[in-house]
Design a protein. Structure first.
Lengths: 349, 348
């Protein structure tokens, strides 16, 4: 067999190197984690014809086909043309053509999502519709970014461990006259959320609006419809979450109560920001690391360019990430090893 | 007399009716349902025909018009009180047959039970004129036919909506003049004659069976399933329980108002008494109380009809998907089982 393979090139094509030399695992994108069930037949076909017969559920909700031999990659790429056409081109409207050569890049990772309000009783947002809109803005791009969309602050989608975590929230509206003072919302908020509700001496509800996470537990449990969601769809966005060997950490609250327009306006600036931060040379480096290099305040300037905030919007003025360092003093190093951010002296000329 | 009106014509008639009437009807509140991107349908004052939700059953019953969930009864200071005022206008309420039947139960409890007429209910009840809404084929949680509440002729007007137009039958003489200029059309309402959901309420033959039924393990199921939220009773067309509470003004604790607020036998604390006595401690016991009240006790006391009118709103609103119809079926099976074992023992 061929023992001279440019594995980085193959990786960019979304085939991951196997420990078995010459074998690769194809990762098929499923933006928002919902597709027509018919595609599963095609996936099974690839697994059985070109893979090793097994199938892996990708941790980022990709459809993974292990055991594809290097020499079969061109054939597999021709076979998945239709899938890419239907999912990324048509469904998400990405600015790309489906070709015989498979995925054009691995850069922006599959946009993850929980099932959201299309199914879930707790969901506040249609997560896969949002994920598809984000996919259109970040893919295909060689700049790496990990995004996940959660339907509610319960965050089953692990938005908190992505560069950008988009979380569906609603303002909750209280109808004094429909409240019977049963206290169900107080209990629900205490046990499922942030405990911002109290039953007052008049048998009605007081709320500490500051710490409400907009999850809707009160509206779910209220027997009278005394609590309801404000139908305006809003989002909370967490920033800089990640896994990894060196500095895994949870994302920090970045935006709160922002509209879809704000979220998408921000993602529309991502590629431009990344290009600027990396001196127009894509690196195998995920979004959060770019923000670390640039610093939050500088990042904010770029990412909010042209974004108009809705009146309810709250925006982080600064973020202090606490690094969960796996090794002490990880940031302390000789000056020569410091990483550079922004255009080099050459390109700024 | 029967008429056909476009929604536009209806709006003009509503305008002139508003001088004398408040018009109440089920209305859709978009995005206000329990779950995201679902709606709530409940009663509200309306001004235009297109505000009325004709096609779906309301989540909450018509009783809310006469007995709002929270209602101020009177205002007080340290030495005097003044009663709240009811609306001066008459009430034109769009209701379905189940709600019309439910109103009889409400009247019985508020006006006749215990030889005492509740004046706050009475002053509203006297003003009502019913506009009966046709139900078409009904909905999948309805079992009005089983409860004998699918038909009624107790209405001032009846209505069917079709393609932005209303067919109306006007029986009430006070309403007739408003419709004189409308095109006449043959219309009398038709009624649901069969529901997919059917309920056979068991006869409980004697007190011994009733006692055994209360002890039956069938109720234990609800200790695990029911979350005691009370959504069933608040959506119930016939429930009347309320509690009263005084709101004392913060700036002057000698003044305040007395309110009454709907209460629910399903919610923990409902039977709390002085001395820490509690009658129904578990969700199963509370469910048993409600089911027997609706399907045995009420009829046993008033000797006419079961309290439940089969509107099915409790089924639609239960967040844990507990069906009252399925519960009554289980109760019927338990009654059969108890009766059979009593017979077997009697035969020994």
């Amino acid at each position: 067999m061929n023992h001279d393979i440019d594995v980085k090139k193959v990786r960019t094509n979304c085939f991951r190197q196997s420990k078995v030399a010459g074998e690769f695992m194809l990762q098929m994108r499923v933006p928002g984690a919902v597709i027509d069930a018919k595609h599963l037949k095609a996936v099974a076909e690839i697994c059985e014809r070109w893979g090793n017969g097994s199938f892996h559920m990708g941790t980022r909700q990709t459809l993974d086909i292990p055991g594809v031999k290097y020499e079969n990659i061109p054939e597999v790429n021709r076979y998945i043309k239709q899938y890419i056409e239907e999912v990324d081109v048509k469904l998400c409207g990405c600015d790309m053509e489906a070709t015989e050569y498979g995925y054009p890049t691995i850069g922006a990772r599959n946009v993850m999502a929980c099932i959201g309000n299309a199914h879930c009783i707790k969901g506040n947002a249609n997560t896969y519709e949002m994920a598809k809109k984000i996919e259109k803005l970040v893919f295909p791009s060689h700049y790496h970014i990990k995004v996940s969309v959660a339907g509610c602050p319960n965050d089953c989608a692990k938005a908190n461990f992505n560069d950008f975590g988009v979380i569906g929230v609603n303002k909750q509206v209280y109808d004094y006259d429909r409240c019977i003072g049963c206290g169900s919302c107080v209990d629900a908020c205490q046990s499922h959320a942030t405990g911002v509700l109290t039953l007052n001496e008049n048998g009605k509800i007081d709320k500490d609006p500051c710490c409400c996470v907009g999850c809707g537990e009160c509206s779910l449990i209220c027997p009278t419809g005394g609590w309801t969601r404000d139908p305006k769809k809003l989002y909370r966005v967490t920033l800089g979450g990640r896994t990894g060997k060196q500095t895994p950490r949870s994302g920090k609250l970045f935006l709160n109560w922002v509209t879809e327009d704000v979220v998408l306006g921000m993602f529309a600036n991502w590629q431009k920001f990344s290009a600027w931060a990396l001196d127009y040379k894509p690196e195998y480096l995920h979004g959060g690391h770019l923000i670390d290099r640039v610093g939050y305040k500088e990042f904010a300037k770029h990412i909010f360019e042209g974004v108009e905030f809705n009146p309810e919007a709250k925006v982080a003025d600064d973020i202090y990430w606490a690094e969960n360092e796996q090794r002490s003093n990880i940031h302390v190093m000789p000056l020569s090893q410091h990483k550079h951010a922004g255009p080099s002296e050459e390109s700024s000329k | 007399m029967g008429y056909k009106l476009s929604f536009g014509e209806a709006d003009r008639i509503f305008d002139s009716l508003q001088k004398e009437y408040e018009i109440w009807a089920p209305k859709r509140f978009v995005g206000k349902g329990r779950y995201s991107d679902t709606d709530m349908i409940r009663y509200d004052k309306i001004h235009r025909a297109d505000e009325i939700e004709f096609n779906e059953k309301s989540d909450f019953p018509a009783k809310e018009v006469l007995t709002p969930i929270t209602e101020t009864l009177f205002y007080f200071t340290e030495d005097e009180y003044r009663e709240s005022k009811a609306t001066k206008k008459k009430l034109l309420i769009f209701m379905r047959p189940c709600d019309v039947h439910a109103k009889y139960h409400q009247e019985k409890i508020y006006l006749e039970n215990g030889d005492f007429a509740d004046s706050y209910y009475q002053r509203m009840s006297e003003k009502v004129k019913i506009v009966l809404m046709e139900c078409g084929e009904g909905w999948d949680t309805c079992f009005c036919v089983s409860m004998g509440t699918n038909r009624t002729d107790d209405y001032a007007a009846a209505v069917r909506a079709e393609d932005e137009a209303m067919f109306l039958e006007i029986k009430d003489e006070e309403l007739a003049p408003y419709f004189q200029k409308c095109a006449s059309a043959r219309f009398t309402p038709s009624f649901v004659e069969e529901n997919p959901l059917q309920v056979t309420v068991p006869e409980i033959p004697n007190k011994e069976v009733l006692t055994e039924l209360k002890r039956h393990p069938m109720w234990d199921e609800f200790d695990k399933r029911c979350v005691s939220c009370g959504a069933c009773t608040l959506a119930c067309s016939t429930c009347t329980c309320f509690t009263t509470s005084d709101i004392v003004y913060q700036e002057n604790s000698n003044a305040g108002e007395r309110k009454r607020t709907s209460a629910s036998c399903q919610i923990e604390g409902f039977t709390d008494m002085a001395g820490g006595i509690v009658f129904r401690n578990t969700a199963g016991e509370r469910m048993r109380y409600k089911v027997l009240h609706k399907f045995h006790d009420y009829k046993a006391r008033f000797r006419d009809f079961h309290m439940c009118v089969g509107c099915g709103r409790c089924i639609s609103r239960c967040p844990e998907l507990i069906s009252i119809a399925a519960t009554v079926d289980k109760m019927a099976a338990a009654v059969d089982e108890i009766t059979a074992s009593q017979k077997a023992e009697g035969g020994k």
